[in-house]
Design a protein around this ligand. Structure first.
Ligand code: FA5
Ligand code: MG
Length: 428
């Protein structure tokens, strides 16, 4: 395994208004989460369609749509995201994400019998404190912005990483745990980014008797153990695959690393990890310990494992996809059911100071849903008057069928109208 050092960026690797509006009380009872491993959804029924009903049950808690999607400035959760809450792909044993989760469990159960406690049903609606403060994310960190995170209200978010559960589980006395869950981020659009995806968090705490006598200082001991465990996991999942370690930055670990895997002619980041900041351990009842932590991107790993070319496929209920996977079958290679052609549409506009690419992508997804495959900036210039123009290319493609010209033209027409209206930009 080659070791390469360089900086790398992603949401965490970059250097309150109203309180208890209706519904928040229910979320707080949702926070001391229900427990784990027990229930996995029946794998008999093939995957259900997105919930049309407007009341969900998450970790045993009932949540109504208007608790999560509200027309007020502290809320930026769109309908399309609400429809993903409660889908829990990671709890379906015949879905690639569930199969992968079970494969990772198997690795930890084999190598550390009975050690790791597993949680896969913790409520994705968490407090700002859990998601950010508890893991030392600075007050001015980009990940806290409304541009990057879905806020239910000023103190409540859809978790943007499973690290949101670290502190609480440590406080409850867990020293080895795996937390799997759906996480939510406003993000760009391409084949490896989706606004809802799944992570698995792993934490292992070491007490002094474990590193004493190793000849290593506790931090080096934990860092070595971490890399060994994750390299072992990668071998368990993939056998031989090209990978490299990258030095990284996270507010909650030091040192920090990311692991990249070579996939479809590109390096793809699959996980972040590191030695947990002492302060997190100290604040949660572990004065004399060190710990490592990691956060795996399950879709990214599943793409490599099952040869799934596009992240949107995880959400399809098309039989031609779902019938290819079954419980316990790790690494079956996905056979694409004919490839439909993409259709490209360009749009140019003068941006304003508040323009962001995440906002643009949110508007486009709101209209085109999973028919949009990629949004990329293809031209960017500033004129003599200081006005900046962006040209974006939108690739439309269905994973399931051919799209008609008329359908695409309608989508694009709608996108142009909404982009202009919602983002206050001037089309050219
Ligand atoms: C984190 O989320 C950290 N919480 C990980 C961590 C945990 C670090 C514990 C240290 C200790 P990051 O933002 O890089 O880090 O995301 C982790 C992984 O999630 C990425 O490596 C990637 O595999 C996946 N990921 C990130 N954004 C997306 C996205 N939009 N779609 C699909 N997968 C994504
Ligand atoms: Mg990252």
């Amino acid at each position: 395994m080659a070791v390469v050092s360089s900086a790398h960026s992603a949401i965490f690797s970059k250097t309150s208004l109203f309180h208890h509006i209706n519904g928040f009380k229910r979320f707080s009872s949702c926070l001391p989460f229900s427990s784990s491993a027990a229930a996995s959804l029946s794998s008999k029924k093939k995957w259900r369609q997105p919930v049309a009903s407007s009341v969900l049950e998450l970790g045993g808690i009932k949540i109504a749509k208007d608790d999560v999607v509200r027309d007020d400035p502290t809320n930026n959760v769109p309908d399309t995201i609400f429809s993903k809450l409660g889908m829990q792909l990671h709890r379906r044993n015949d879905h690639p994400i569930g199969i992968l989760k079970n494969g990772i469990y198997e690795y930890f159960d084999t190598n550390y019998p009975t050690k790791f406690d597993k949680f896969d049903d913790l409520c994705p609606i968490v407090s700002v404190k859990q998601n950010f403060d508890d893991v030392l994310v600075p007050a001015d960190h980009v990940s806290r912005s409304y541009n990057d995170t879905y806020y239910v209200d000023s103190q409540t978010v859809l978790r943007c990483h499973t690290s949101a559960h670290q502190a609480e589980l440590l406080r409850r006395g867990h020293t080895h745990f795996l937390v799997t869950g759906d996480v939510y981020r406003r993000d760009s659009i391409d084949s490896t980014h989706y606004p809802v995806f799944h992570q698995m968090e792993g934490v292992r705490v070491f007490t002094p008797d474990i590193w004493e006598g190793s000849g290593l200082d506790p931090t080096s001991y934990a860092a070595e153990d971490l890399k060994k465990s994750l390299e072992g996991l990668a071998r368990h999942l993939f056998g031989a695959v090209e990978m490299r370690w990258i030095d990284a930055y996270f507010p909650f670990t030091n040192p920090s690393y990311e692991l990249e895997i070579y996939f479809k002619e590109k390096w793809m980041e699959v996980l972040g990890c590191g030695v947990m900041e002492q302060e997190i351990l100290k604040s949660n009842g572990r004065l004399d310990s060190v710990a490592w932590a990691f956060g795996l991107g399950l879709e990214r790993l599943a793409m490599v494992l099952f040869d799934i070319p596009d992240i949107r496929l995880f959400w399809t209920t098309d039989e031609r996809f779902t019938s290819q996977f079954s419980e316990g079958q790790m690494g079956v290679k996905f056979k694409p059911f004919s490839k439909y052609p993409p259709c490209y549409k360009d749009m140019s506009f003068w941006i304003n100071e508040s323009f962001t690419e995440n906002n643009l992508c949110e508007v486009i997804r709101g209209i085109a849903g999973d028919l949009v495959e990629e949004v990329s900036l293809i031209d960017n210039f500033t004129n003599k008057k200081g006005m900046t123009s962006h040209c974006y290319r939108i690739a439309y493609r269905s994973m399931e069928r051919s799209l008609t010209d008329e359908e695409i033209n309608n989508l694009q027409w709608n996108v142009r109208e909404q982009v202009q209206k919602k983002l206050n930009v001037v089309l050219r």
